[in-house]
Every structure is written in C-alpha cells, then in structure tokens.
Design a protein around this ligand. Structure first.
Ligand code: SF4
Length: 394
C-alpha cells in the first residue's frame, strides 16, 4: 500500500496543494525550492497545465533517480498523479535519458498495472548528455528542438511545454509527494533524502539519509568509511564547493551547506581520499564544466574554458599568481551571465575550492605538489569513481 492510499479518495486538488505546502517538501532536482510554491504558481496560471517528471539524471556520480525509478516506480507515478490533480493537468510525461531502459521498463510496467485515472501519461526516452536535465532544456527536447536551456523569465510555471503552464519536478520530489500529503506534520518532522555516495569510500551507493545527519556519519555508516582518510567532500558533486576534512561535522542539509559556502544540489556526495591532490580535483571539476557547457552563451563557453585552462596550469605548476587574479575576474563575470545555472555554478565551485585549499594552491604556484602521488580525475566520463557507483545499478 502506498503512503497515500488511506486518504486518496477524499482530497481534491485544493486539499492536496494545501497539505503539500504544509509538509514543506522541497525539490530534489538541485535547487531545494519549496514544491508547494511551484505548484501554486502553475495552478493560478490556469490554461492547460502540463506536468513533467524529470528523470534525466546526469550529475556525475548521481544514481539515486535511476535507483528510485527502477525500485519504486509506483511512488513516482503516485506523486505524479497527485501533482496533476493539484494543478489541474490532464497530461504528463516522465522524461528519461534514452539509455535508461531499465527505469523506463519499470515505469511502463507500473503504469500498466496501475493506470493514472484521468491523466494521459507518457514515458519518454529522450536525449543523452548532462544539460538536458536542466528543466527548460528538457522542455525544448520534448518539443523536438535542440536541448538548450531557455532564457528566464518566463519560468516554465508560466510558459512551459508548448507555451502551457508546466510543472517540472525531479522524480525524487514526486516520489516523496504521497508521504508529504498523507501526513504533512510527520513529513516535516522527519524529512530524509536520497544520497548518491561515491568516490573513495568502501561502499558507494544510493542511501536514504535523514536531513541534518553530519557528513562524517554518512561516510562512516553508509559508505563504510574512507580507507585512506578523507581529504575533501563535494556534497553536491561538481555543483558546489568542496568541504575540507575539518568540516565533516557539517550537516547534510541544504541550508547548513549553503551557510558554509557549499550546497547540497542533488546530493551526489563525492568523497576524495586524504592523499588526493586538490588541484587535480580542481582541474577535473573545471574540465567537467567546460565539456558540458552547451555553447549558447559566450560568457559560459569562454569562461568555463578559461577556468579549465588556468586550473590545469596551476595543477602542473605552470601558473603564476597573476593567472589566479584573472581567474577571479572571469569567475566574477560568469556569476551574473548565462541562460542557466551552469556558468555561475562552475565559477562558484572552482573559486570555492581554491579558497578552501589555499595552501595547496600556494604550493603548486611554487612548483611543488604536496601530494604528488594523488592525481585524480573523478568528474571525467568513465573515471574509476564514476564507474564504481554506476556499477551499483547493475
Ligand atoms: S549558461 Fe552555459 S550551459 Fe547554460 S545555456 Fe548558457 S552556455 Fe549553455
């Protein structure tokens, strides 16, 4: 029985929206925006609302959405059903990458066994690539166009799929809706989230974790610890500055992580061992943002390339202090430009890492790496770290 079965028949759309808002559920697609506000915005637009479940997981190291769609597809569809009723939609899609065949099969089977009353739902296997996970790029792809993010405003809640008011939610957000609506107070009191824990831990994988749990506890209890000690933790994968080993008591919570200059994002938590070279991690990070920039906005395209070039030079001991001043200027410019968050996230992650690991930067500028045996490239396609967590889905 789903979390919502006991009260399904008595709630109308207004009740569902009120209860969801009371629960305080926040979106798991990276922004942690209150779901109730998003639903309300779509509902008041009127017209022909449309709902999209975003299952185009692409953050390096993240497996939690595929884990969820494969193991609990009914929860995703139940949340989708509640969302469509709350905003008054009669059409919805679940959008996945074309390669996510197991997740698509699981969703199709769940849909066949429990069709959604009054809603036309399609499971769409779309494009590969990282940027299609951005909600407006996904909408472009759904409309048959190149998956490029749209300038904002307008937001999809006002002008989304084919101009209609559109609610786009990450699949984990939707999967949590039934429990949030069934008992808003209990949900608010004990909210948890799915974490993709990867990197240099004994047991990479997807774990359900109570919000507020210290990072140290997650690494130990879920990951079995890091055999060679922890050097840095990226709580949001590439989408936030890493924390040092001295910050492992920071709670896994979007607000707590923001307060220390990082973020939670999609909770793709990367742990790097103490012997890992911080500047090789920085170069890996910048290389990821350079590769995945879609090419629409020159400040992002040129900025990410510039960050990657300078960080590779710092890593190899060929940079000067002046190069870091230039990097800071480029990063500052990137922060306020771009159609999507890619540009400013790249700037924040890279500069945050450099600030936090200043002693390593100084050593490299002096031509010396403090951890010369610790070259890593975790954000590269097919890196050992990414391969290890992807294998957990097999
Ligand atoms: S900010 Fe970067 S990734 Fe986003 S639309 Fe512009 S070029 Fe593409």
């Amino acid at each position: 029985m789903g979390a919502f079965d006991g009260v399904r028949v008595v709630l109308d759309g207004t009740d569902i929206l009120r209860r969801l808002t009371e629960s305080g559920l926040r979106g798991r697609g990276g922004g942690w925006f209150p779901a109730g506000r998003k639903w309300h915005a779509v509902r008041i637009e009127g017209g022909e609302p449309f709902v999209v479940a975003n299952g185009a997981e692409g953050e390096p190291g993240s497996i939690k959405d595929r884990f969820l769609m494969t193991s609990r597809p009914g929860d995703v569809l139940e949340g989708l059903s509640l969302a469509t009723r709350a905003v008054g939609a009669r059409e919805a899609v679940v959008y996945l990458k074309g390669s996510f065949s197991r997740a698509a099969d699981a969703l199709e089977a769940a849909l066949r066994s429990t069709p959604l009353a009054g809603v036309d739902v399609r499971i769409v296997r779309g494009e590969e690539g990282y940027i299609v996970g951005e909600e407006t790029a996904l909408l472009e792809s759904l409309e048959g166009k190149r998956a490029w993010p749209r300038p904002k405003p307008p937001l999809p809640a006002a002008v989304g799929f084919r101009g209609r008011p559109t609610l786009v939610h990450n699949v984990e957000t939707l999967a949590r809706v039934p429990a949030a609506v069934a008992d808003p107070a209990a949900f608010r009191a004990g909210e948890s989230t799915l974490v993709s824990l990867w990197g240099h831990v004994r047991r990479p994988g997807a774990y359900e974790v109570r919000l507020g749990t210290p990072l140290r506890g997650i690494i130990e209890a879920c990951g079995g610890g890091a055999p060679d000690g922890v050097g840095m933790v990226f709580p949001a994968g590439p989408s936030g500055a890493p924390l040092s080993a001295a910050q492992l008591d920071t709670p896994l919570d979007p607000d707590a992580l923001k307060a220390v200059g990082s973020s939670l994002g999609t909770a793709s938590v990367l742990v790097l061992r103490a012997s890992a070279c911080a500047l090789s991690a920085a170069a890996s990070l910048a290389g990821f943002f350079e590769r995945e920039a879609c090419g629409q906005c020159p400040p992002c395209t040129m900025g990410t390339a510039s960050l990657a070039r300078v960080l590779r030079a710092v890593e190899s001991g060929e940079a000067r202090a002046r190069d870091l001043q230039d990097l800071a200027e480029v990063a500052g410019f990137m922060t306020s430009h771009g159609y999507c968050a890619h540009s400013r996230t790249a700037a924040a992650s890279a500069t945050g890492l450099l600030l936090r690991f200043g002693a390593d930067v100084e050593a490299h500028l002096g031509g010396r790496c403090p951890r010369p045996e610790g070259q890593v490239d975790p954000f590269a396609d097919g890196s050992p770290e990414r391969a290890a967590i992807e294998a957990c889905l097999a």
